[in-house]
Design a protein around this ligand. Structure first.
Ligand code: GSH
Length: 269
């Protein structure tokens, strides 16, 4: 039996759902409510000590970390493979998925800046304090305060943009050979990024790639057109959630755009 502990809009959980959908693997889902703090319940922490989603349980064996889960699914369920058979092809896919693990942090920084920050700033200081104090990891707490206090000028934001600019430029170059990131076939290299691009879209950030990287723009449209996108991502995000993200994030785009362009110029991308 295959069980996935996940959450509807959580990007890492959507990453695992996308692989399950592509490979047409049936599973039993357990939806957590992250705002309510389900991820910190002792029974869940016994499965995933990091208190995050996703967690996969396969015949009683527990797996954490979305990249590990996706590779495991591809290994354990050989039908509809998402990696080439040859060692070099697999290494190329792994190079992408390894880098993609660092992109999650940039998604998190922008979700904090453009989605959580506007709502939290409208709340009393004591409530803000309580919300951030509930985060167990001191480094994550510090990052939250930095973004809350300094907004677009917070260090994690410019760091995220530099990392994204480099990543997007490298994707654009890989896609010139394409048609997929790791070559001829849609693979874990692609699945690992689709939900991140969807979150950036919810956050009114499509200009990060659409204004500069045409092959990347086309790649994301092709990913969205695959049946797996609706099954694993679209169907979990209601129109009301899409509206909430848009209302909260759209006013932030001009400042992000301006900083991004400054950084691109400095980086000569
Ligand atoms: N490196 C982990 C990251 C997992 C992660 O951070 N998940 C987020 C959702 S995308 C989460 O569960 N957050 C809950 C929280 O921060 O309290 C993975 O790839 O599985």
């Amino acid at each position: 039996m295959l069980e996935l502990y996940h959450a509807d809009t959580a990007v890492c959980a959507a990453k695992a759902r996308l692989v399950l959908a592509e490979k047409q693997i049936p599973y039993q889902g357990h939806l957590l409510n992250l705002s309510r703090g389900d991820q910190f319940a002792p029974a869940y922490l016994a499965l995933n000590p990091n208190g995050v989603v996703p967690t996969l349980v396969h015949d009683g064996a527990v797996l954490i970390e979305s990249t590990v889960i996706c590779a495991y699914l591809d290994e354990a369920f050989p039908a509809h493979p998402l990696r080439p058979a040859d060692p070099l092809g697999r290494a190329r896919v792994q190079l992408w998925t390894k880098r993609e693990d660092t992109i999650h942090d940039t998604v998190n920084s922008f979700t904090n800046l453009l989605f959580f920050r506007p709502a939290l700033l409208a709340r009393p200081l004591a409530e803000r304090q309580a919300r951030i104090d509930a985060i167990p990891d001191p480094n994550r707490r510090a990052k939250w305060w930095d973004i809350l206090d300094h907004g677009i000028e917070a260090r994690p934001i410019s760091e995220a943009l530099v990392r994204l600019a480099r990543h997007f430029a490298d994707m654009e170059q890989a896609l010139a050979a394409g048609p997929w990131l790791a070559g001829a076939h849609f693979s874990l290299a692609d699945t690992g990024l689709v939900s991140f691009f969807n979150r950036f879209t919810l956050l009114s950030l499509t200009g990060l790639w659409s204004e500069r990287f045409p092959l990347l723009t086309d790649w994301f449209a092709r990913c969205q057109a695959r049946p797996s996108f609706a099954v694993a991502i679209g169907d979990f995000i209601s129109p009301a959630v899409v509206d909430t993200y848009a209302t909260s994030s759209a006013p932030g785009w001009p400042a992000v755009r301006s900083l991004y362009h400054d950084l691109l110029e400095q980086m000569k991308v």
